[in-house]
Design a protein around this ligand. Sequence first.
Ligand code: ADP
Ligand code: MG
Length: 419
Amino acid sequence: MSAYRALNDGSLPEFLGSLPQVKELLGGEPAGWTVEEVGDGNLNLVFIVRSPKTAVVVKQALPYVRLVGDSWPLPLSRSYYEHMALVEQGKHAPKLVPKVYHFDRNLALIVMEYLSPHIIMRKGLIRGIEYPLFASHIAEFMAQTLFNTSPLATTASDHKRRIWAFADNIELCKITEDLVFTDPYRIAKLNHWTSPDLDEIAAQFRRDEPLKAAVQRRKLQFMTSAEALIHGDLHTGSIMLTPTDTRVIDPEFAFVGPMGFDVGAVIGNLLLAFYAQDGHEARVYARSPYRHWILMQVEQVWRLFSKRFIELWDKSKSGDAYMPELFQEPDGALAFAAEKQRFMRNLFVDTISFAGIKMIRRILGLAHTEDLESIEKPAMRAKCETKALTLARRLVIDAERLTGISDVTSAARAIHASS
Ligand code: ADP
Ligand code: MG
């Protein structure tokens, strides 16, 4: 059994050479392989190992937060949860996650498919690239993974085992509990924002009692709801794609939690990209068609996701919740259909509220996004961020009053048009 040590350019080829399956995949001898460290994330080491024939990615957890250093320890077990989630997601959406070739629990290391020529979606959104299949792909990923890991599709005992299997991913959940649900609403050392431009609005958010109450209601839901195995960090930096292929990476925050947290992450990050466009256009209005495209994706993601989710539910016979035998034709079928609509309505409200919360933490909390951070002029960045915060607050406070996803995009458009 190998003890933990952080691998590097020197030690990685030899290690991979000792894994028969990986060695065969790469071909030839380790001496002929090259290693490049490409991790741009906040937490882990990511290497691309290339042979003359092909390439693989090796992701290894460090015992601390890479962004901050060894003053902030973080358990290696997150790699175990990431691997378990990748395998589970791969069962339900095999074409939408990277293939896993090897996992070493002691080294906290995953060898996986090298995605190429895929790029991180956030970077594509900054460049103004349209991805015609993205909405249907991410909708499929979320519908398949969320439905099939919930008791709508599985037995009560399987569900309890799934909760148990991920229950100790405590520290990663705590990062979310602190950085997403708490710190943006109090003075915290790690918070930062575009200052002084946003000083006043940041102070307002810290005094905003209705907003804080609504966010704390969602924090409690995040801590207690066990609906399905969620990715837990499904922002546009966890999606790699090309115009024809989409993959979801980096599920180290996975646990059994509220479904709307994943769907809201996608929608909230699209909305951040929408508001960032003003800072990336060569001249005013140059990105108007692209802004429109992004809002269409917001609508499509929700519509396709909810349609697919209901389709899976209609076909399923195996879940212990809502057993189909209880709802016989004719009245039962109607009642069941109405109940499914009610379920989707609740999920919509959760989604929109979590979307708003995710937007706020990216502007007032510790970890920001490149969409907005790459806008060089502070005045322009602050303007984009203020509009994003205005929408985000409304999404959290008014989620119940929004009748559908087009209410969200209309509000986004109206706030964008305001000066
Ligand atoms: P972290 O958990 O540290 O945020 P990620 O899993 O997000 O790490 O990976 C960091 C970066 O490494 C990604 O943004 C991407 O550029 C690259 N990367 C990760 N996985 C792959 C992969 N399977 N294929 C190609 N590049 C990848
Ligand atoms: Mg990560």
